[in-house]
Design a protein around this ligand. Structure first.
Ligand code: NAD
Ligand code: IPM
Ligand code: MN
Length: 353
């Protein structure tokens, strides 16, 4: 019997609703497999923890996380309790950085039966590779003066190392998929970082002669995600561009409630982290209607990552067919609860195995 030791952080808001049901499904999959078990260690870190302890996680929290194989996280943030820059930099971004989860991998895929805002959603299926350690997300800057002369400077950091590994990851992924990579740029308006990004895209691209490679300005690219999403295979972008593109991706998929993500530690030295794209959704917390699909699909990505592609496919099919059959939460145009959706997925898992 192989035991997989997973750190679990439900976090805030609907994270506490969609994480436990996803763990139940992972346990069902372990039973179906017969040769594995999951050992989940839960950490109660988040905004409530901050109110009680004055920090988002204990001093040795990151070291504790590093002892585990992977991290499964819900959502962080409750602006009624803690300002976002404190809660997010204190927990989510801290984990991504300290565990060197340098790539954020976010699939965008059409699932039949969703109510996409697109008139003809087609069969789009692309992957966004987001740089996850630097870029526009920096603590370098400051504020000067006050009143009408007040100035704030926010620096962005682009290192050759990080840009290169992100683009290389995207190109390698495109080779395994449909041979096309699109780089998000803005070199017409941003004079240092984006020409640097483009230069490295061109350099790395030379190692991938068979790939179809294109650069698109982030503004035009955002529009193309809406007008012709099926033309994309792999999209690679900086931290902020990747963040924004994946909310657009989530929107065309039908709801931010279904979009998943994997924060990858490339060397396997520290745990990777699996979490949905959405946040803590304070407007629906406690109503029992949070869409569990983004969290469950993130569990699917974790199964792929730890080497169980068959279980991952089983989970994906059960999840997608549940949506297609019309059993879905209100954000997707349905009227089912979180629990009803999970029960149906569970039923399908058992029927398919
Ligand atoms: P959000 O994703 O929490 O919510 C945006 C909208 O989408 C809301 O109307 C919400 O009800 C809906 N929604 C989100 N997830 C849903 C789901 N699973 N099912 C149904 N509907 C869902 O974004 P926000 O309102 O900008 O942020 C709320 C808090 O979460 C903030 O503190 C923010 O900083 C934080 N946040 C955290 C993460 C993360 O932990 N990865 C991501 C985004 C936002
Ligand atoms: C995400 C979120 C975070 C990000 C926020 C909450 C800091 O939007 O995971 O997409 O910008 O990375
Ligand atoms: Mn985001």
């Amino acid at each position: 019997m192989v035991t997989h030791d997973i750190a679990v952080i439900p976090g805030d808001g609907i994270g506490k609703e969609v994480v436990p049901v996803s763990l139940d499904l992972l346990n069902v999959l372990a039973d179906i497999h017969g040769g594995i078990t999951f050992q989940f260690t839960e950490f109660p870190w988040g905004c409530d923890y901050y109110l009680a302890h004055g920090e988002m996680l204990p001093k040795d929290g990151i070291n504790e996380l590093k002892q585990h194989e992977q991290i499964f996280l819900g959502a962080v943030g409750d602006q009624n309790l803690v300002p976002d820059h404190i809660s997010l930099w204190g927990l989510l971004i801290k984990i991504r950085r300290e565990c060197q989860q340098v790539i954020n991998l976010r699939p965008v895929k059409y699932i039949e039966g969703v109510s996409s805002p697109l008139a003809n959603p087609n069969d789009f299926d692309f992957m966004v590779v987001r740089e996850n350690s630097e870029g526009e997300y920096s603590e370098i800057g400051g504020t000067m003066h006050s009143g009408p002369d007040e100035i704030t400077i926010q620096n962005a950091v682009f290192t050759r190392k990080a840009v290169e590994r992100t683009i290389r990851f995207a190109c390698t992924l495109a080779e395994e998929r449909n041979q096309k990579v699109t780089s998000a740029t803005k070199s017409n308006g941003i004079v240092y970082s984006m020409p640097f990004w483009d230069k490295i895209f061109a350099e790395v691209g030379e190692d991938y002669p068979k790939l179809e490679k294109q650069s698109q300005h982030i503004d035009a690219l955002s529009a193309f995600l809406v007008t012709k999403p099926s033309s994309f295979d792999v999209i690679v972008g900086s931290n902020l561009f990747g963040d924004i593109l994946t909310d657009i991706g989530a929107a065309i998929m039908g709801s931010i409630g279904i979009a998943p993500a994997a924060n990858i530690n490339l060397e396997g030295k520290y745990p990777s982290m699996f979490e949905p794209v959405h946040g803590s959704a304070p407007d629906i917390v406690g109503k029992g209607i949070a869409n569990p699909i983004g969290q469950i699909w993130s569990a699917k990505m974790m199964l792929d990552h730890i080497g169980y592609p068959e279980l991952a496919t089983l989970l994906f099919n059960a999840m997608a067919s549940t949506i297609t059959s019309g059993i879905k939460t209100p954000d997707l145009g349905g009227n089912q609860t979180t629990e009803e959706v999970v029960d149906e997925i569970n039923k399908r898992l058992l029927a398919d195995s």
